[in-house]
Design a protein around this ligand. Structure first.
Ligand code: HEM
Ligand code: HEM
Length: 261
């Protein structure tokens, strides 16, 4: 995927999430805003209640999105035969998008009324979603190959040495001279006195990359451990959510709710 198509896909993901929230809020604002006892008299009750045409549909489509977003990423990550199907990082972005959109549709399906055992499933979904946001932050702190594999400490240090050498050989900048000082524009300008404007931009980029990688090396151990613990906290809630979702589906089918089927 080229840079352009990658950006386009991220824009489309964000727009779809924002438009869904706007449309669903617009359609149901007066209904969702009413106390539970008064909702029955709302003209949209038949459509928007959790078993209504729209409300029920939102539950089914939202759950499907979550299940697809979850298993597509897990399968792509775990089975080597799918390794050629696009970069893992694109699949993680797809996972985040589908799980986020799915959670929003399920939220509107509940009509903001969280009762019974199924509400445990809903709150598990909220916990998985929120911990996903934290996990994404930690994930980004661990340097990876373009394929999404975690780099070893040695590989990261090799990369840092390459940056240091490029600065030293090409631009006569010793990075250890800059350590401890702020990488402000003024100081950089001084360092780059005999460097052309075009090269100056390049040097600035190299120093920025050096600074970032040094920071990541410093906290690599901590982040890797944190990420391990994060998986331990994240998975059980995903499992609870899925189990309650299945029980909920069996119960509503037993009670004869069929949606459009
Ligand atoms: C993670 C997914 C889901 C969550 C968290 C969820 C949550 C809820 C909640 C909180 C309610 C309201 C309960 C009440 O009225 O007190 C509800 C009702 C309902 N849900 Fe779901 N739901 C999910 C998925 C589904 C799916 C996939 C279906 C369809 C197969 C479905 C069908 C229904 C139906 C028909 C009702 C109305 C039940 C009634 O009025 O007695 N839900 N759901
Ligand atoms: C709400 C529904 C979600 C569910 C049920 C869910 C579930 C999962 C599960 C089970 C995994 C483990 C996959 C594996 O190791 O094979 C995972 C990984 C991950 N998820 Fe989610 N997730 C959800 C939403 C999100 C969101 C909203 C984000 C970020 C904003 C997110 C970010 C991540 C990250 C960073 C990983 C780790 C990837 C890795 O270690 O390779 N998730 N998710």
């Amino acid at each position: 995927m080229t840079r352009f198509f990658h950006r386009l896909s991220l824009t489309i993901y964000s727009l779809m999430v924002i438009v869904s929230i706007i449309v669903l809020t617009y359609i149901g604002f007066s209904y969702y805003n009413k106390p539970i006892e008064e909702r029955f008299f709302d003209p949209n009750y038949a459509l928007l209640k959790p078993s209504g045409l729209i409300g029920h549909g939102l539950g089914i489509i939202g759950s499907l999105f979550i299940v697809i977003g979850l298993f597509s990423y897990m399968i792509r990550k775990r089975f080597k035969i799918f390794a050629r199907l696009g970069l893992l990082k694109y699949w993680l972005e797809f996972h985040i998008f589908l799980c986020t959109l799915g959670s929003i549709l399920v939220l509107y399906h509940t009509t903001f009324k969280f009762g019974g055992i199924v509400s445990v499933g809903f709150w598990s979904l909220v916990i998985v979603w929120s911990s996903g946001v934290i996990g994404r932050f930690i994930y980004l702190q661990i340097p990876r190959t373009i394929e999404g594999r975690e780099l070893t400490l040695r590989e990261i240090e090799d990369y840092k040495s390459e940056l240091d050498l490029e600065l030293l050989n090409k631009y006569k900048i010793n990075i250890s001279d800059l350590k401890g000082k702020k990488y402000s524009n003024e100081k950089l300008k001084l360092v780059a006195e005999n460097i052309s404007a075009k090269d100056f931009k390049k040097v600035k980029g190299l120093i920025k990359a050096e600074k970032k990688i040094s920071k990541r090396i410093e906290r690599l151990d901590r982040m890797q451990n944190l990420f391990k613990y994060w998986h331990v906290a994240h998975l059980p809630f995903a499992l609870i959510m899925l189990i309650i979702m299945v029980i909920h589906i069996i119960v509503v089918l037993t009670f004869g709710y069929k949606w459009i089927f």
